[in-house]
Design a protein around this ligand. Structure first.
Ligand code: MN
Length: 210
């Protein structure tokens, strides 16, 4: 039995049209994400003592693993974590604006939703090479927009992720060619703000109990 499973998309392959094409989603999910899942399962097959570790543990406690598998585990576990966060952070039924506690935090830390959106788009546009742009929460509760390279996650920086966009070329090139900014602007319309709100509320709850 496989340790890690390829999670199905939470919507139909054509549900994000016209912003993200069916062809892009099929390749992105069924081929690229699947390869990360298969690779990680393959690597861990020979290491039963790490087979009950979660993705987060494989990433955050990577230095406890045997040296020869650290980098491949980090890359593949990160590839799964980042892609799941991305695919599950979008919805065809987007409401196009943050709500409740996250809305208040965005207004507090960025001035307004519009100003947040501009800063986020600028950050995603400026990412050099392959990676992700994230909206995160710092341990003190302040929101922060950050970029990560390749399949790095924000977890080792002790940031709690709220949203991410995959800006590897494979996420948009088939459809948008080199026009990354158009992809980013359209992705904003697909953000699942209810999901983002639930991540933020979960952070606040843990902070209260911490
Ligand atoms: Mn990707």
């Amino acid at each position: 039995m496989d340790l890690f499973q390829l999670l199905p998309l939470p919507y139909a392959y054509d549900a994000l049209e016209p912003y993200i094409s069916e062809e892009t989603l099929r390749i992105h999910h069924d081929k690229l994400l699947k390869a990360y899942v298969d690779n990680l399962n393959q690597i861990l097959m020979a290491y039963p003592m790490y087979q009950h570790w979660t993705l987060e543990e494989l990433i955050c406690h990577n230095n406890f693993l045997p040296e020869n598998i650290r980098i491949p585990v980090l890359r593949n576990a990160g590839g799964i974590y980042n892609h799941n966060f991305y695919f599950y952070g979008m919805t065809p039924d987007g409401i196009n604006h943050p709500i409740r506690t996250l809305k208040d935090a965005i207004d507090r830390d960025f001035g307004s939703f519009d100003s947040f959106r501009k800063q986020f788009e600028q950050m995603a546009k400026s990412l050099f090479g392959s990676g992700y742009t994230w909206l995160t929460v710092q341990p003190d509760g302040k929101l922060l927009i950050v970029n990560t390279s390749n399949q790095d996650t924000v977890l080792p920086q002790l940031l709690t992720p709220i949203l991410n966009i995959d800006v590897w070329e494979h996420a948009y090139f088939l459809q948008y060619k080199n026009k990354r900014i158009n992809y980013i602007e359209n992705w904003v319309l697909l953000i699942d703000w209810i999901q983002a709100e639930s991540y933020y509320q979960y952070f606040l709850l843990n902070q209260q109990n911490g």
